[in-house]
Design a protein around this ligand. Structure first.
Ligand SMILES: [Zn+2]
Ligand SMILES: [Zn+2]
Length: 187
């Protein structure tokens, strides 16, 4: 679990480049996120700063952040991990709100070229670990790690995992059980 962002591994967050934050005008590491700094509320079509510092990401109220398509699965992941009767209605709502809050404050690092499909497991989103460091690592991941959606062999047969860009392959780990999965969205 990242200490700065729950769903981003610390060594990935540590690579953020510094610049002048449009939210607080300080020089700080900046993170890609859709949030409205000046407008009262975020709304479609508002020019959102593309990068702000982590203090601003924590400080801004949730309504300032753009809704994300990936958060549609939060109800499903709660239902799957906490079937009706295992949590009170209030606990389920609190859980949903806290996951959505954290997710909207998560920098958009993983490259979802086709659709935002952030892996989840054990009732929460997984932690983003980055991309393969080399093609050797990518090929190994393709044969040893589980694809998030579908079965690799069924989808790609004997094809090795050698994407056009290594950024197309994103690695994730469950915060609870430690299971690792990868996504591959091609250009
Ligand atoms: Zn700031
Ligand atoms: Zn898990």
């Amino acid at each position: 679990m990242g200490s700065l962002f729950r769903y981003i591994a610390d060594d990935i967050a540590a690579r953020a480049e510094s610049g002048d934050c449009p939210g607080c005008q300080r020089s700080a590491p900046l993170f890609p996120i859709e949030a409205a700094i000046d407008d009262d509320e975020w709304s479609v079509g508002v020019d959102c700063p593309e990068e702000i510092c982590s203090d601003c990401i924590r400080r801004l109220p949730l309504r300032k952040f753009a809704p994300r398509t990936g958060e549609k699965v939060v109800q499903e992941l709660i239902n799957t991990h906490h079937p009706k009767g295992t949590l009170s209605g209030e606990q389920r709502v609190n859980r949903l709100v806290s996951i959505c809050d954290e997710y909207r404050r998560t920098p958009a690092y993983p490259l979802f070229l086709q659709n935002e499909d952030w892996p989840w497991c054990c009732g929460d989103f997984c932690e983003y670990l980055g991309v393969p460091n080399s093609y050797e690592e990518s090929i190994r991941i393709g044969s040893e790690m589980k694809l998030w959606r579908g079965d690799y062999k069924q989808l790609y047969g004997d094809m090795t995992l050698e994407p056009e860009s290594l950024n197309e392959v994103c690695l994730f780990r469950c915060l609870k059980c430690g299971k690792e999965v990868f996504t591959w969205q091609m250009t």
